[in-house]
Design a binder for this molecule. Structure first.
Ligand SMILES: [Zn+2]
Ligand SMILES: [Zn+2]
Ligand SMILES: [Zn+2]
Ligand SMILES: [Zn+2]
Length: 414
């Protein structure tokens, strides 16, 4: 039985060396759906330029199981050329690929796959060969249909695995799809006409325009940018006031689109500050101002002025046995402040004791106490609070008075 297969396929191979166009099978299946066996051819690009190379793929789309296949591949030689069999590569999907002999390829040329030793059918699908064509330099420009043709000569299969009986599918049971071997041949450098508007642009939407090559019919499409709105002037819809925002709108002259915008609140337009209540030495006052537009009132505190103290005046001189007293008076409200002058020490008589009024230089850096000094009765340095009703102000002044008193103590330690 094997011998039978071998001889059958050997005959097929022998046939392939002399391709005969008339051996192509006529009356194939009308679609892949209605066929038991289907193949297709396709190009790797849609647009071809003279001088370019283009790769055609032969694909098994539907394969119920075969042991041998012989097809004829034809090409439109006004468009394509193939130099020799080196341009044909076997994808090794099927065993025993046979290309035509060296030299100029016939058109159509035969491709044969056969494996004399096969004992089972090959059910592979996919690319079985790739053929590199050149687009002729003088190829006619424009659309090319059926640049490649494909026809079946033999499709052999083992019909009985037990006996290895070989039969062939009827041509009616096979389908060759060449629809994808269509291409457009375009010139290397186009010669375009004017742009034609395909779709006009409007305010918000881009349009399109195209132009066509006078030589090859290639089309180029381009966007026409959206025009953008053609706004009129802003119109006030609602006036803004001091505290509330208003709104305005404008309308496109072309498409009536509207745009609305906020008008910011104006903020108050205040007049001058007017005193409502004067401030005095110890009590804050207040002032107000009024918006010229909406009569809104704004009130603010006037800070207390603080006392306007005169100089300290000694009321009673200190002696070595008794404290003295000094006093100052506010020029504005006559508030008085009193403090004691510490008891004099013998040293005070010998050195600088002239400045006992407490207005001396508090920050004198030479006035530091010596290490040998004993602590003194600093409780006597506390100021006496004044007898006036403004006790609060006196307390406020405590810090300043205390500092002066400490200055006096430091001087005493010298
Ligand atoms: Zn062109
Ligand atoms: Zn508009
Ligand atoms: Zn206002
Ligand atoms: Zn005062």
């Amino acid at each position: 039985m094997k011998k039978l297969i071998s001889s059958l396929l050997a005959a097929a191979v022998a046939l392939s060396t002399t391709v005969c166009a008339t051996s192509a099978v006529a009356g194939a299946a009308e679609s892949a759906d209605g066929a038991k066996f289907a193949m297709s051819v396709s190009f790797d690009k849609d647009t071809l330029v003279p001088g370019d190379e283009v790769l055609a793929s032969l694909t098994l789309d539907k394969n119920p199981g075969i042991i041998g296949l012989r097809i004829n591949v034809g090409y439109d030689d006004s468009v394509l050329s193939i130099a020799n069999r080196d341009g044909i590569a076997n994808a090794e999907l099927l065993e025993g690929f046979v290309t035509p002999p060296p030299g100029q390829l016939a058109n159509p040329f035969s491709l044969v796959w056969s494996d004399p030793l096969a004992e089972v059918n090959n059910e592979s699908v996919g690319t079985v060969a790739e053929i590199t064509f050149k687009v002729k330099d003088d190829a006619k420009l424009g659309d090319v249909k059926d640049a490649l043709t494909l026809s079946f000569v033999d499709i052999a299969y083992i019909s009985d695995p037990a006996t290895l009986k070989v039969e062939k599918y009827s041509p009616d049971e096979a389908y060759a799809d060449t629809s994808k071997a269509a291409a457009k041949i375009e010139c290397k450098t186009h010669e375009f006409g004017e742009w034609d508007t395909v779709k006009s642009a409007d305010c918000e939407n881009a349009g399109t325009q195209k132009r066509t090559c006078k030589n090859c019919g290639a089309e180029e499409t381009q966007e026409i940018k959206a025009l953008g709105h053609d706004w009129g002037e802003w119109e006030t819809v609602k006036e803004a006031d001091c505290v509330t925002a208003g709104s305005q709108k404008r309308t496109c002259k072309r498409c009536d689109a509207e745009e609305t915008q906020e008008i910011k609140a104006l903020g108050h337009d205040y007049g001058e500050w007017e005193t409502v209540k004067e401030a005095d030495c110890v009590t804050a006052g207040s002032q107000k101002r009024i918006c010229k537009r909406c009569d809104a009132e704004d009130t603010q505190e006037i800070a207390a002025l603080g006392h306007d103290w005169g100089v300290w005046t000694v009321i009673k001189e200190a002696t070595e046995s008794e404290e003295g007293t000094e006093q100052r008076v506010c020029a504005r409200c006559n508030e008085t402040e009193t403090k004691t002058i510490p008891v004099l020490t013998p040293d005070d008589n010998n050195s600088d004791n002239s400045n006992t009024s407490g207005t001396g230089n508090v920050s004198d850096p030479t006035s530091k106490p010596s290490n040998t000094d004993k602590p003194t009765d600093t409780d006597k340095t506390n100021p006496e609070t004044g007898s006036a009703p403004a006790v609060g102000a006196a307390v406020l002044m405590f810090g300043a008075v205390g500092a002066m008193a400490i200055s006096a103590v430091i001087r005493k330690r010298k």
